[in-house]
Design a protein around this ligand. Structure first.
Ligand code: SF4
Length: 345
């Protein structure tokens, strides 16, 4: 069986709830923690990177055992060399992490065991709930999304479940959390052409930003192949216009994330671990499927995350695509790989 050089045996890739680490320009080397079964969410965003139909839910519960997630974190923490390299633990989900009632326990556990910062990516829809705000208090960075501040655009871009709250309640929840939270709140706004980028949308968002008073605003657009092919990205020029419009009411930093140097452009060589351990091709392929089930990835991202040589990664990906395990898709100026239907249960 063909073998490849790979990182050490105790990598998080072999775990069910931990993934990466992956480079993120905004967060650095980020160790992902996934709290939910695939796409358990109260939204069904048109731009979602997870290529599967959502399991719509507004129910806060222990969707997977918290003890199982914590056990995996402890396994990772035991590898001190590995943890030393991580810049941040990022709690996200193949869905909405605040739907998991163990969220607070997981954050507190990481904070008790390490001095690394903890960031949470959330769609912001549940911050009106007192228990969710309480769960998030121990985090260092919370990044809620607010893609629209007009009800019509909100419905079009986020397609909330019937059980989800109305937009007014959601924005009020983000404002309240911002007032209470002592860490950093960064507001992410993802704009889709002709869906939530009209001038009246930007005006409404400016009003919401002025109320929320985030530490920074992060503008994004459809940077990877979206769930709905009709979701199109904004041009860089339009994003710059939106940034200028926001600056009329907001003096903090406004970052444009799309088109920024993401994982594929960053030199990962300094993170490569010199190990003689070799693992089977079968195992590498199953890690690739896990990665692309979470979101479409470029060959360079896969090579960087799995510590493969670029040529090896490309060879494996092309082979997997020819066997029908992966689908290749050009989006913008990059080729992305995503899982074929048979891998999506
Ligand atoms: S983008 Fe996030 S909030 Fe929207 S459907 Fe996907 S997982 Fe849910």
């Amino acid at each position: 069986m063909q073998l490849f050089r790979y990182r050490s045996a105790d990598l998080t890739f072999y775990m069910k709830h931990l993934f990466g680490p992956v480079f993120s320009r905004r967060l650095g080397l980020s160790q992902g923690i996934d709290l939910l079964p695939p796409k358990t969410c109260n939204y069904n965003c048109i731009y979602c990177e997870i290529n599967r139909a959502p399991q719509l839910s507004c129910e806060r519960r222990e969707h997977v055992p918290t003890s199982e997630i914590i056990a995996e974190i402890d396994t990772l923490l035991a590898n001190k060399e590995r943890v030393r390299k991580i810049d941040v633990f990022t709690i996200t989900a193949s869905g909405e992490p605040t739907l998991h009632t163990g969220l607070g326990r997981v954050i507190n556990h990481i904070k008790e065991k390490t001095d690394k910062p903890v960031a949470i990516l959330t769609n912001g829809s549940q911050l009106y709930l007192e228990e969710v705000r309480r769960d998030l208090q121990a985090a260092d960075i919370v990044i809620p999304s607010l893609d629209a501040a007009r009800a019509e655009s909100f419905r079009k871009v986020n397609r909330p479940a019937k059980c989800s709250s109305d937009l007014e309640t959601i924005i009020a929840g983000i404002v309240q959390f911002s007032n209470e939270f002592s860490g950093d709140l960064w507001l992410e706004i993802l704009l889709v052409e002709n869906i939530n980028d009209a001038d009246e949308d930007i005006e409404a968002l400016k009003k919401a930003i002025a109320e929320i008073k985030p530490k920074r605003v992060q503008l994004n657009t459809v940077a990877r192949p979206p769930f709905e092919t009709f979701a199109k990205p904004l041009t860089r020029r339009r994003l710059e216009e939106v940034r200028a419009a926001i600056a009329e009411v907001y003096t903090g930093p406004v970052d444009i994330l799309a088109g920024s140097k993401e994982a594929e452009d960053i030199d990962l060589s300094k993170e490569k671990v010199d190990t003689s351990e070799k693992i089977s091709l079968e195992r590498v392929e199953s890690e690739i499927i896990e990665m692309v089930l979470r979101r479409p990835c470029t060959a360079a991202e896969i090579a960087g995350t799995l510590n493969l040589e670029a040529e090896d990664a490309l060879e494996i990906l092309v082979d997997m695509e020819s066997r029908g395990d992966l689908l290749a898709k050009i989006h913008g100026d990059k080729m992305y790989f995503r899982a074929a239907k048979e891998h999506i249960d």
